[in-house]
Unconditional design. Structure first.
Length: 261
């Protein structure tokens, strides 16, 4: 296979949660640019419909939006069923949807802890199990979980997100376990652990009110900048394509050198 062809996704179908904005939209754009059709899902249908129109017009692929709350098992099951009905196969699953919540560690509300684990871990497991069974029947597939650099280390109380960090650590171990368990079915499982990226959720930190925090963040990154769309869409296409055919069980850190420092 020629190198350029190894990165092509023509004829492939991807399901991307949280695909209407942020990193999920960045990844969806990369996969569409590489030729993949896809289902994009999130709670906000307006974002999904806008993203679907943009990608269909730009890349001449089919993009099907589905509303889904990853904290609700019935909606996850329905999304998976709709995806299977809309497309003859699902080659790539991107588990990107996730939430965060901040509170002082020793006062962290239990209901918020449970909610984060329901969305970031339990929802990922429910959907992955469903799609992995489809992939098993069709002869293989590719699962990419979106983790975070937050899942690799402890943080000071200035970043009060003990539950979020713990969910991402769980995703890292789930990725490695599923890679081993699903390999006999020709299903690869990897993860991307992004650092700080320029998304609408992060926009607040670039305001004058948070200038000191922004400067501290930039100074903590060896490349001295946050990530943007081009910094992750290529990584996602690499893991989704035959270019990474011998990789499974890997958590690919994409953080401008933050963890190395």
């Amino acid at each position: 296979m020629k190198l350029r062809d190894m990165f092509r996704l023509d004829g492939k179908v991807a399901l991307i949660t949280g695909g209407g904005r942020g990193i999920g939209k960045f990844i969806a754009t990369g996969l569409a640019e590489a030729g993949a059709d896809m289902i994009i899902a999130s709670r906000q249908m307006e974002n999904l419909e806008t993203t679907a129109r943009e990608m269909e017009e730009a890349f001449n692929v089919k993009v099907f939006p589905v509303k889904c709350d990853m904290s609700k098992e019935e909606e996850i099951e329905e999304m998976a069923n709709v995806a299977a009905e809309e497309f003859p196969r699902i080659d790539i699953l991107i588990n990107n949807a996730g939430i965060t919540w901040g509170a002082p560690t020793l006062e962290f509300p239990l209901d918020r802890w449970d909610y984060l684990f329901n969305v970031n871990v339990r929802g990922v497991w429910i959907l992955t199990r469903k799609i992995a069974n489809i992939m098993k029947e069709q002869g293989g597939g590719n699962i990419i979980n979106i983790s975070s650099i937050m899942g690799f280390r402890g943080w000071e109380e200035t970043y009060p997100a003990v539950a979020y960090n713990s969910t991402k650590a769980a995703i890292n171990v789930l990725t490695m376990n599923l890679a081993v368990k699903l390999a006999p079915h020709n299903i690869r499982v990897n993860a991307i652990a992004p650092g700080f990226f320029r998304t609408d959720i992060m926009a607040f930190i670039e305001t004058p009110e948070f200038k000191d925090a922004y400067d501290d963040m930039i100074n903590s990154i060896p490349l001295r900048r946050v990530g943007d769309i081009d910094d992750i869409k290529g990584v996602a296409v690499f893991l989704a394509s035959d270019a990474s055919a011998y990789m499974t069980g890997h958590i690919l850190v994409n953080d401008g050198g933050y963890l190395a420092k």
